[in-house]
Ligand binder design. Structure first.
Ligand code: UDP
Length: 351
């Protein structure tokens, strides 16, 4: 599996198929090293625009799968195409089927009272040898006032290999991210309303509606009061994203004015400087990357820079042109990859 994510509108997506995501999960369970999966759809992109905490969670997730058509459809305009949609609602029963074969245990957490237990019962009926480590639907509460200690106690007792967390976005992802380093659960995955679908508490849109990308309309019809605001924000974001895509394609790039004076002696300041095209593999410490000859960075190039920013102390990008700046502004990428207009600013930012 390719590790470098494709970064779309500031959110990294791993370019995997269902099979690859399932195999990743099995491998991760075998490794025993806790990690978490986010199932990012359009709603995540919208929420991440306003919520730096969620942006961080998504950027630190071990696997982000594209749970929706918008990222899949827009990906080719920004770099490599995504292999396809990998939905939380579809991968959950598939993971249960594979877990049965591999002797891997699962736990259902979340949804309305009794729904998680019912969903696990349904899966157990479909897969008699499936190891269900447990299920619990804690009382709904804001993230801060949820009884984290009680949930952690139950999970520590059940010791599942895969945890299906169904608190809705972003609560489930904040939860998995917050606890991933303190529990011994190899894979946790946020699955939204999937336990409701499995338990039969809610009906999923029929396959024809999913195929014509109208699953959201179906859900909206089911619960207009709750979902109108969410979908209105999603549509508005999608329009802005499409507009940005058009602008980036047709606008002329205005390169940054490059400082004519000699660049500072980077090494004296403990900084490694390189041009983007000549970036070595073994970078470490504080790094300034010069984008003077770059018109626009592709989604996989941004993915590589984002990964680099996790490995090293600090990365600052220098001399970005107008297109990169526009994309950065829209995507809030400066949180992790700040832009500097000149060498002096780069030196300040990188410290
Ligand atoms: N949920 C929960 N705890 C909460 C809020 C929501 O367990 O504090 C559950 C809710 O009952 C539902 C699930 O989270 O089963 C997903 O909700 P939503 O439909 O918003 O999910 P999404 O649209 O993200 O798939």
């Amino acid at each position: 599996m390719q590790n470098t994510p494709l970064v779309l509108f500031g959110v990294p997506f791993h370019n995997v198929t269902f099979e690859e995501a399932i195999q990743w999960t099995v491998d991760r369970v075998r490794s025993g090293k806790p990690g978490f999966i986010a199932t990012a759809n359009l709603d995540f992109l919208v929420l991440a625009q306003k919520d730096p905490g969620l942006r961080d969670v998504l950027r630190e997730a071990d696997l982000v799968i594209a749970d929706g058509f918008p990222p899949v459809k827009l990906a080719p305009f920004y770099g490599p195409a995504l292999k396809g949609r990998v939905t939380g609602s579809d991968i959950t029963p598939m993971l249960a089927a594979r877990a049965e074969k591999e002797g891997i245990s699962i736990y259902g957490l979340g949804a309305a009272e009794g729904v998680a237990a019912k969903a696990m019962e349904v899966l157990k009926k479909r897969h008699p040898d499936l190891k269900v480590a447990g299920a619990w639907s804690p009382p709904h509460a804001p993230f801060e006032s949820m009884d984290h200690a009680e949930i952690l106690r139950r999970l520590a007792e059940a010791k599942p290999d895969i945890l299906f967390t169904a608190f809705g976005a972003p609560k489930q992802d904040l939860f998995n991210h917050m606890h991933v380093n303190e529990w011994n659960i190899p894979v946790s995955i946020g699955i939204g309303g999937t336990l409701d679908f499995i338990a039969g508490a809610q009906t999923r849109a029929p396959v024809w509606a999913q195929k014509i990308h109208c699953e959201w309309l179906w859900r909206w019809g089911d619960n207009p009061k709750r979902l109108t605001k969410r979908y209105a924000a999603n549509i508005a974001f999608l329009m802005r994203a499409i507009w940005l895509t058009i602008l980036l394609r047709w606008l002329k790039n205005i390169p940054a004015a490059v400082d004519p004076s000699a660049p500072p002696h980077w090494a004296e300041h403990g900084v490694t400087y390189c041009e983007f095209a000549e970036m070595p593999d073994n970078l470490s410490g504080k790094i300034v990357i010069d984008l003077r000859d770059v018109e626009l960075l592709a989604s996989d190039e941004i993915g590589a820079l984002l990964e680099l920013s996790k490995r090293v102390e600090k990365v600052v990008l220098l001399h970005a042109g107008s297109k990169v700046r526009k994309l950065w502004e829209f995507s809030h990428l400066a949180d992790r990859l700040p832009l500097a207009a000149n060498c002096a600013e780069a030196l300040t930012l990188v410290q």
